[in-house]
Design a binder for this molecule. Structure first.
Ligand SMILES: [Mg+2]
Length: 185
């Protein structure tokens, strides 16, 4: 079977990692309970920043957010390695900006995710993900972002949503915790 995965906030806890970095940089101590209530993918509201200030903060800190010690979700690395060991094909499809693609591929390898260099797609716009998913003819695809998930309603790929506070209204099957997640294939 062919499995495709988004990376940020599907396999790794990037927003929460960024949330800690924002607290440090702004010298604040906004609690995780605020984080858990956010209904947007963007996190700036929790710090009283508007869209523009939030956008600047995110781009200025992007490299630090991406390449420091962001944790994978519990069980994610193990789940993907199990698939790999069972002989399934694993693809990564991330819309991280082009200039960070090769470093990202290296970073997730070092983290312990099974990565084949030609199974790594990066640097596309959200809507272009759908084209890649269709072209690859994936059996399964996992993502967290409503804007992406909404474009996947008519594909034959089985789509799973990594459960997050901002994607409660998207109606696909959910992954709550990678450790306890299993599918029949
Ligand atoms: Mg994501």
């Amino acid at each position: 079977m062919k499995f495709g995965f988004d990376i940020d906030d599907t396999l790794i806890n990037l927003r929460e990692h960024a949330f800690h970095i924002y607290n440090q940089k702004l010298n604040l101590n906004v609690g995780l309970e605020v984080f858990r209530e956010l209904k947007t993918v963007e996190i700036h509201e929790a710090f009283g920043l508007d869209k523009e200030e939030g956008g600047k903060m995110w781009s200025n800190l992007l490299e630090e957010i991406y390449f420091t010690d962001c944790p994978a979700y519990e069980g994610a690395i193990e789940f993907l390695n199990k698939l790999e060991n069972e002989g399934h094909e694993i693809y990564y499809i991330t819309s991280r900006p082009k200039q960070y693609c090769s470093q990202t591929r290296q970073w997730i390898k070092e983290k312990g995710f099974p990565v084949k260099d030609d199974h790594f797609y990066c640097g596309m716009q959200d809507h272009e993900k759908t084209d890649i998913i269709k072209k690859l003819n994936l059996d399964y695809y996992f993502d967290d972002k409503p804007a992406v998930l909404e474009t996947l309603e008519d594909v034959s790929t089985k789509v799973f949503v990594k459960d997050q506070s901002y994607n409660q209204l998207v109606g696909n099957q959910r992954v709550y915790n990678w450790t306890y997640f299993s599918i029949k294939y």
